[in-house]
Design a protein. Structure first.
Length: 419
């Protein structure tokens, strides 16, 4: 190898250690393409770390990047959060990072659209969801020590003064509240049942692809990061509309589904039920690299799934997963189910098969405890990709042919509330 190669590697390593991945990517890609990186003739290349605002900006998670297996290094035990110990950070050799950077996708989109669909790479610019007479769909914002986020709130005409419950909906990457509301059709279902719906919005300032940062340790714990903000929105609405925990639920798609799992684990005292669509289990990743790995179905870096530790609050869980999902491997649905399954043998598991009106076959697994409503439901939809099952085409990441995930989630949530 010549001196230019080692010079390139030194510059790339320095930029990587300074968390300036954009510069590291540029240097390596120039070298791989045969073009010398600008400034290679300088005897003292500039390796000054970027300003704090750039260092703290999270990366977009791209499942298209090539992932290489690595052994887990031993580390000191970490403190458990919500009864689950987060993964130890896995450090990859520079050669492996180079192979991922070589794809040139590290800062690209986090979630690809389902195959066969036309998608611009940004949320659709269609109209806001239709609001029936007497209902309200308004923009709000919330701030706390962890930060601030805007959110949209739907208040049904059927229960303006005293809603019967709250559903917090967490959108996926490259989506926004209006797009998610339109695609899932949650407002219409909420109108039928007298529920309010909150749609917190992630921004490009906090993640390049507007993904919830479900894979960062700082955003996987109670009282900090994005969970603290989402919980703050939830508590504010519970107080305003006089709602107790038994009528409060959280659901999400993809990165939003993974964050819904985080919320159920870190704030079980707030949510009676969690809906996870095409998401990932709590604690299944602790950085960008491990997020790549688990999304592609590589569990080699992960500890075996364990049932949720017993707690004062039982959080009922419903999971939807497409069997043909090329973005979040279907094995992630199974990991969520394993984590959400109650400990002990006093449960009854039923399995049913069916076909939706749109022609998609599905397998439905129901876990019950004695005479109580189901503790867990798992819907595996055959032929479905990375999209909200039964959603509307006006929104992004939807599959109109599948069973109606929105109606089924609300039905599951309300089975124990006597509404």
């Amino acid at each position: 190898m010549n001196d230019d190669f080692f010079t390139t590697m030194r510059r790339a390593t320095s930029s990587t250690r300074a968390l300036n991945l954009a510069e590291a990517t540029r240097v390596i890609q120039d070298a791989l393409s045969g073009h010398p990186a600008s400034g290679t003739g300088s005897a003292n290349p500039d390796i000054t770390p970027p300003p704090p605002i750039r260092r703290s900006k999270p990366f977009a998670v791209d499942p298209g990047a090539e992932i290489i297996e690595a052994e887990i290094k031993q580390a000191e035990p970490t403190k458990k959060v919500g009864g689950v110990a987060p993964l130890q950070r896995v450090r990859k050799p520079l050669e492996q990072v180079v192979r991922i950077l070589r794809e040139g996708r590290l800062a690209a989109s986090a979630f690809e659209p389902m195959p066969g669909r036309t998608y611009s790479g940004m949320p659709k610019d269609g109209p806001s969801p239709t609001v029936p007479d007497g209902a309200r769909f308004t923009a709000r914002s919330f701030s706390c020590a962890a930060g601030s986020r805007s959110y949209k709130l739907y208040v049904p005409a059927s229960a303006l003064d005293q809603p019967r419950g709250l559903v917090v909906m967490l959108h996926g990457c490259k989506q926004h509240p209006d797009d998610f509301a339109s695609g899932t059709g949650m407002n219409a279902v909420a109108e039928t049942h007298g529920l309010i719906v909150a749609y917190p919005g992630q921004t490009g300032a906090h993640n390049a692809s507007s993904c919830w940062n479900w894979f960062r340790p700082a955003d996987q714990m109670r009282g900090a990061g994005e969970p603290s903000i989402i919980a703050g929105i939830t508590m504010e609405l519970m107080s305003e509309f006089r709602l107790d925990r038994s009528r409060v639920f959280v659901a999400g798609l993809s990165a939003g589904g993974a964050m819904a799992a985080v919320m159920g684990e870190t704030y079980p005292d707030l949510y009676a039920g969690v809906g996870i669509h095409s998401g990932l289990a709590y604690g299944s990743a602790n950085d960008v690299m491990s997020a790549f790995s688990v999304m592609r179905g590589d569990a080699s870096l992960l500890s075996p799934s364990k049932p949720r530790a017993s707690a004062a609050y039982a959080v009922r869980t419903i999971v939807f997963q497409g069997a043909a999902d090329l973005t979040v491997h279907p094995s992630n649905g199974e990991r969520i189910v394993a984590a959400a399954s109650p400990p002990g043998a006093d449960t009854l598991t039923r399995r049913k098969t069916g076909r939706s009106a749109g022609g998609r076959s599905y397998r439905r697994t129901i876990v019950k405890d004695a005479e109580e409503p189901p503790i867990l439901e798992y819907w595996l939809v055959e032929g479905a990709g990375h999209a909200w099952s039964g959603g509307r085409e006006v929104g992004s990441y939807t599959d109109p042919h599948g069973p109606d995930a929105t109606s089924e989630m609300v039905r599951f949530f309300l089975e124990k509330t006597n509404l």
